[in-house]
Design a protein around this ligand. Structure first.
Ligand code: FEO
Ligand code: CA
Ligand code: CA
Length: 528
């Protein structure tokens, strides 16, 4: 560690203070993993076209783009967030997000102006989410039950109701979910899937109340055939995989939603922590009005300079009343609202996880090149009195990316059963293996022990194939399997004849995003 000792790191985490008693512990053993002292991290700077794992880990490809999930639907493209919902000791349902299309690998036509409707339909049906049933064999290895009658897809043409006080652009039900980045699981076992860079597919209004829509440089031409307004997207969508229902929760606001991390407060209501992944955008939290539902509640935005959560509430805020007609508009224009109430711009808030040992809220701030923050950091938010309902908190940097710590651009986070923090990095395809990112090589997965002699040290466990990013790390309940997405391998490919990656099939094959299952004696020793 560069700027403070391990003893200070532990004190900083709160393990040696009295704050532990103030927050709920969520099943964490609070002991040092037995295997950590044996773990040999990968050397820095790996840049191979494969999933490279540290000694004692191995992986299987569980499912990849285009695989059948039933007799009429296929696993989607660019898999991201993974949620495992246990159904029995050897059965589970897996939800997987599908974030954005790469036309080159879906149908081959890169020109948004000449894409056919059939080509755009293929892209739309490759996004959203996949629901597949898993089974575990006697060796403890998970596999897909491809014949399960309840495997199904949600995609960018699935009709989904808006849970809203008022219609939005005239509708209470809208077409599709897409740009599904990270997510969360509610205490009642539904999945939250987050619509992030929706503007790449439907654009965004030039400004509040403008008729004009601005399209991004990645515009895929969808609006040539499906003229849906941008306001239908940028929401958190709740999926009930048992009832096969979906709903867009407008109370959680509209922005480039990265993830949605839930925890129950002391009175049983649910609090959701949310990041808006764009340079100089904000961190939010939502407090539900009732137990067991996220349909109504209060959305707050963080002023991290003064440690205050500010409510985005039209009934109470005069500034918001002057600008917007009602609360539906405040939520639809959450970004604009948050600036008006004095929220703090952040360096791209991405995934958020709650430390099970002490209740700290950890937020990945990936980077902000405009502010010369190239390597990012993880922000620690500690609610006053350990109370998730509090409107006051303390915010401090927990760990900073860079050559000294060995990782750059932290994105997805996960805690294992022993309270170790896992970090997946997201160096963009255009920056990877170039200055100032060469020290890391390809994107990777790191484990940061939170206790013991290696506390605070980032140890690399996995390195991704060319151009890829690891996303959606999710541990099986016993900690013996780590499910992980390998997203956008070969993303920099310009010509289908010369893909920059051939993972996972190798040879001359085109790359395919896939979900892998990591197992092995070292994983068990560290995480189970
Ligand atoms: Fe889709 Fe912010 O990563
Ligand atoms: Ca992400
Ligand atoms: Ca990211």
């Amino acid at each position: 560690m560069s700027n403070y000792s391990r003893r200070e790191f532990l004190a900083f985490l709160g393990y040696t203070t009295t704050t532990l008693g103030a927050v709920s512990l969520v099943g964490c053993k609070k002991s040092v993993s037995t295997g950590l002292h044996k773990l040999k991290g990968l050397p820095a700077g790996i840049s191979k076209d494969e999933v490279t794992l540290a000694e004692g880990f191995s992986y299987d490809v569980l499912i990849k783009y285009g695989d059948d999930i039933n007799d009429h639907e296929k696993f989607g493209f660019n898999n991201d967030y993974i949620a495992i919902l246990p159904k029995a000791h050897n059965r589970a349902v897996m939800w997987v997000n599908h974030e954005y299309p790469n036309p080159l690998f879906i149908h081959g036509n890169m020109d948004a102006k000449t894409k056919t409707k059939e080509q755009i339909d293929l892209e739309m049906k490759a996004l959203g989410g996949s629901i597949v049933h898993l089974e575990k064999d006697k060796r403890g290895h998970w596999s897909i039950d491809t014949n399960h009658p309840d495997n199904y897809r949600v995609h960018a043409q699935t009709m989904i109701p808006l849970i809203s006080e008022r219609s939005i652009e005239g509708k209470m039900e809208v077409m599709g979910t897409h740009s599904n980045c990270a997510g969360g699981i509610t205490p009642w076992g539904t999945v939250l899937t987050c619509e992030e860079n929706y503007h790449d597919l439907y654009g965004e209004r030039k400004k509040y109340n403008s008729k004009e829509i601005e399209y991004s440089k990645y515009d895929g031409g969808w609006t040539r055939f499906y003229n849906n307004p941008p306001e239908y997207y940028g929401w958190v969508v709740e999926i009930d995989t048992d009832k096969k229902t979906a709903k867009k929760l407008t109370a959680l606001g509209r922005f480039a939603h990265e993830g949605a991390t839930c925890i129950n407060a002391k009175d049983g209501r649910t609090v959701v922590y949310l990041g808006d992944d764009k340079e100089d955008e904000c961190i939010y939290k939502f407090i539900s009005a009732q137990k067991g539902s996220l349909e109504k509640g209060t959305l707050y935005v963080a002023d991290t300079e003064n440690g205050k959560w500010i409510a985005l509430d039209h009934t109470k805020n005069k500034e918001l009343q002057k600008k917007f007609k009602n609360q539906t508009e405040v939520l639809t224009w959450a970004r604009l609202s948050s600036k008006m109430v004095g929220a703090t711009p952040q360096n791209r808030p991405e995934d958020i996880e709650i430390n099970p040992a002490n209740g700290d809220i950890l937020v990945s701030l990936t980077n902000n090149k405009g502010k010369k923050d190239y390597h990012g950091s993880i922000l620690r938010i500690r609610e006053k009195g350990g109370d998730y309902l509090s409107t006051e908190f303390e915010a401090k940097t927990l760990i900073t990316g860079g050559p000294e710590t060995g990782f750059a651009a932290p994105d997805n986070l996960a805690f294992d059963n022993n309270g170790n923090l896992w970090i997946a990095t997201d160096i963009s395809g255009s920056s990877m293996n170039k200055d100032p990112y060469t020290f890391q090589g390809n994107n990777g997965l790191f484990v940061v022990p939170m206790m013991g002699e290696n506390a605070g040290k980032a140890i690399q466990v996995a390195s991704a194939p060319h151009d890829a990013e690891f996303t959606g790390p999710f541990f099986a309940p016993d900690g013996k399997t780590l499910f992980l997405s390998v997203q956008h391998p070969g993303e920099n490919t310009k010509s289908i004849d010369k893909p920059t990656s051939h993972w996972p099939l190798g040879g001359k094959n085109t790359p395919q995003p896939a979900v892998i299952a990591i197992t092995g004696p070292m994983l068990e020793a560290i995480a189970s």
